[in-house]
Design a protein around this ligand. Sequence first.
Ligand code: DX5
Ligand code: ZN
Length: 220
Amino acid sequence: VVSPKIAPSMLSSDFANLAAEAKRMVDLGADWLHMDIMDGHFVPNLTIGAPVIESLRKHTNAYLDCHLMVTNPMDYVEQMGKAGASGFTFHVEVAKENWQELVSKIKSTGMRPGVALRPGTPVEEVYPLVEGETPVEMVLVMTVEPGFGGQKFMPSMMDKVRALRQKYPTLDIEVDGGLGPSTIEVAAAAGANCIVAGSSVFGAPEPGEVISLLRTSVEK
Ligand code: DX5
Ligand code: ZN
C-alpha cells in the first residue's frame, strides 16, 4: 500500500490561533496540514492566501498541503512557493489549456504538484495530467462540493478513487470532504491514502484518536 497521510483541514481550526492549532495537530500525529485557499470566485467562500501560509511557515516545519480553490492558479504559484507551501493542488476545471506550464512552474518553485476534481468532473479528465511528461504527483478527489467544511461525504465519488487506484498503484490519491470515522472505511477500501479531515478531527473530544483511527483504516 501507498503510505497513509492524514491531513487535518485547518479550515476547521481556530484561524486566530493558527500556529498553536497547527502544532496541536502535528503533536497529535498529523502527517500533513491541509490548507484551503479560496478566492471567493471559484468557490463562494474566501479563506486564506500566501501571507497566512508565510506567517504559519515561521512556526512549523510541517508539510503544508495547499488546496487551491481559485480560478487562476497560475497567479498563485510564485507567491505560494515563496511563502513556504509544500504541496500545490490546483483544480483541473480551471487548468485545461495550460496545465503543463502550470505543473512545471509548481515544480520549479519547489512544491509538489497535485490536481483536484470537483464532484461533477469526470475522472478521465485528470488522466493526461498523471501520465504527462511533467506529471502531477497527487490526485485530490473532492467528496463534497468545494467551498465549505462540515458537508456530507458523497460515496458515489469512490468510483473515481477505484478507477485511479487500479490505473496507478503508487499514486497519492487524496479524498477531501466529509471524511471521518463513519466514512473512512469506504474511502480506504476504494484506495485513497491521503485523508483530509476537518470537522471530524477538530470537532472530536479527542482529535488524536480520530487521527489514529483514520491512519489505521488506511493501513489495513
Ligand atoms: C472544502 C475543503 C475541505 C474542508 C473539509 O472545500 O476543501 O478541505 O475543509 O472539511 P470537512 O472534513 O469538515 O468536510
Ligand atoms: Zn480542501
